[in-house]
Design a protein around this ligand. Structure first.
Ligand SMILES: [Fe+2]
Length: 144
């Protein structure tokens, strides 16, 4: 099942919230292409776009945190790096599964739900636990 952005996910910063909405769309795209794994270029393109956009989003969010004087910036940046490492592991494991003749596209389709669930938690847990801590920040005025 696809996921949808909900108002409870709002951080209160337009740029960050727009990025989160787009990341959700990209995860839904990954879910879709994993259901048709015989089309490997689509899987590669969807994962590449998710990786590229996630990296850009984390950088944007970090710049915003600096501009607003977020005190737990270092810890948050570490969390972003960990998320990118986890995404790399996932992308790599999908490639390994596709290359494995014992798994291949058919086996990957069977595991598509599990892989997509991982991605949903990967994003939503970070937004709801870590990014949510930014909410009070955006209710104050900007530092510089
Ligand atoms: Fe974040």
């Amino acid at each position: 099942m696809p996921i949808f952005w909900r108002p409870q996910m709002a951080i209160g910063h337009d740029e960050i919230d727009a990025d989160h909405r787009y990341l959700i769309l990209l995860i839904n795209t990954v879910e879709l292409v994993l259901r048709f794994p015989e089309n490997r270029p689509h899987i590669e393109m969807a994962l590449e776009e998710l990786r590229r956009y996630a990296a850009g989003h984390f950088e944007r969010e970090e710049r915003i945190q600096i501009a607003w004087g977020y005190i737990q910036f270092d810890e948050h940046r570490q969390a972003h790096r960990q998320l990118l490492r986890e995404l790399d592991v996932l992308v790599n494991s999908i490639e390994v599964l596709l290359d494995d003749p014992a798994v291949g596209p058919e086996g990957l389709r069977d595991r598509s739900q599990e892989l997509t669930n991982f991605l949903r938690h990967w994003l939503v847990d970070h937004v709801m636990k870590s990014d949510m801590q930014l909410v009070p920040l955006f209710k104050k005025s900007k530092v510089f």
